[in-house]
Design a protein around this ligand. Structure first.
Ligand code: DX5
Ligand code: ZN
Length: 222
């Protein structure tokens, strides 16, 4: 079943609780939280204190997308803050297996993220460990960027691998998911749809979320 994950990166950070509540009324079922450190990506956003504040204002699962170096150092703090899902980038994890174990040991759902240039085959051996794989369909760092078309091939490849290996991980896509791309993304096999600009960009998150989710469900035949 497709789910919409509003990304608060494009929300008004001074009104975060209201923005999240509106996106939830519009059908968002998981809140996507972009954590950036100014090193791995050329932008800085937020960390565990903000996650802890968000945790007090919504019951929805919090999907923390860590775009940071040395994620192992911060996993306990995200667990304490109330994160539910934690994804780490393949590109920064020298010991990815250990990092995924650490996330699970802290009671959170582990996931791995692939930058546009990172091949799906590289994570084959750790797929049994992950709750989901996040396919970046833009280069991470900013909202509102153009969707990279070959991400669709990566989603299709993950669907094949999941079948071949008899696994049940979910497939998430992040970046440029909007009205002009959502149908293709869903038809390729993604089911966790992150959307920042398309939900919060025009100041009507409830309506925008509802319309995007309706388009996604239609494309999925739900
Ligand atoms: C980008 C972030 C995304 C971002 C997506 O680095 O990981 O979650 O919010 O933004 P849109 O949906 O605007 O492309
Ligand atoms: Zn993200």
């Amino acid at each position: 079943m497709v789910e919409l994950l509003p990304s608060i990166l494009s929300a008004d950070f001074a009104r975060l609780a209201d923005e999240i509540a509106a996106a939830e009324r519009g059908g968002g079922t998981v809140i996507h939280v972009d954590v950036m450190d100014g090193h791995f990506v050329p932008n800085i956003t937020l960390g565990p204190p903000v996650v802890a504040s968000i945790r007090k204002h919504t019951k929805l699962p919090l999907d923390c997308h860590l775009m940071i170096e040395n994620p192992d150092e911060f996993i306990p703090a995200f667990a304490d803050a109330g994160a539910d899902w934690v994804s780490v980038h393949y590109e920064v994890c020298r010991h990815l297996h250990r990092t995924l174990q650490l996330i699970a040991q802290h009671g959170m759902k582990p996931a791995v993220v692939l930058n546009p240039a990172t091949r799906v085959e590289l994570i084959r051996d750790i797929l049994p460990m992950v709750h989901h794989v996040l396919v970046m369909s833009v280069n991470p760092g900013f909202g509102g960027q153009k969707f990279i078309e070959f991400s669709l091939d990566k989603i299709r490849r993950l669907v094949e691998l999941r079948q071949e290996l008899g696994l049940a991980f979910r497939i998430e896509v992040d970046g440029g998911v909007a009205h002009d791309t959502v149908e293709r993304v869903v038809q390729a096999g993604a089911e966790l749809l992150v959307a920042g600009n398309a939900v919060f960009g025009a100041g009507q998150p409830e309506e925008a979320a509802r319309a995007l989710l309706a388009a996604a469900r239609k494309a999925a035949g739900e």
